[in-house]
Write a protein that binds this ligand. Structure first.
Ligand SMILES: [Zn+2]
Length: 194
């Protein structure tokens, strides 16, 4: 009894071709948004991607993507995939442990209820997101779940820096293209219907 999750082949190859360093948060987000688009265009998951980077140098650890439908796994959101693969690469369950660089999670929108928790549990000390408003749910129809009303303050309390509204319009453009593509929006209890 076990399960395995993996990134799609195109994403593994695209990770190998990433620059050694992406010095600015905008550059990191641009790559994450590029992966989010490729993921739904390639039919390998939803329009979501996330990256773990060394915050101060911009060295990428990995950029991962949503794998829910292809993996038959409701928890295979981009953040969970990326945090998990990064922890395997780095050989630790704690991305905020002693003697480590500061790790930053970059996501193409505010994490959902599940991924918000996964972010806190991961140990990352910085979270950069493309936006946090209702636009994602309005455009795509995904239900992001109940978010704590003081979600940003709760991050701060735990020593997690928040950088919001990075390349917002670029991220929204992917969601709009996803919404008009006719792709599956896989909310729970939807019976697989759109
Ligand atoms: Zn999520």
């Amino acid at each position: 009894m076990h399960f395995t999750l993996s990134l799609p082949d195109w994403a593994i190859e695209a990770n190998k071709k990433l620059p050694a360093y992406l010095p600015t948060v905008d550059e990191r987000m641009a790559e994450v948004i590029r992966f989010s688009r490729l993921n739904f265009e390639n039919g390998t998951g939803g329009p979501f991607a996330a990256g773990v980077f060394e915050r101060d140098t911009g060295k990428p650890v990995v950029i991962g993507v949503n794998r829910v439908v292809p993996s038959n796994c409701s928890s295979a959101h981009a953040e969970v995939m990326t945090i998990s693969v990064a922890q395997q690469i780095l050989g630790t369950h704690d991305l905020g442990g002693p003697n480590q660089p500061i790790y930053q999670l970059v996501v193409n929108w505010r994490p959902c209820a599940m991924c918000y928790g996964a972010t806190i549990w991961s140990g990352v000390r910085s979270l950069a997101i493309a936006g946090s408003g209702p636009e994602l749910e309005q455009i795509t129809g995904f239900d992001e779940g109940p978010i704590h009303p003081e979600w940003d303050k709760e991050l701060a309390k735990r020593g997690i820096e928040l950088i919001n509204n990075v390349l917002t319009e670029e991220a929204l453009a992917v969601y709009r293209d996803f919404a008009t593509s006719g792709a599956l929006v896989y909310n729970p209890r939807s019976g697989g219907e759109k």
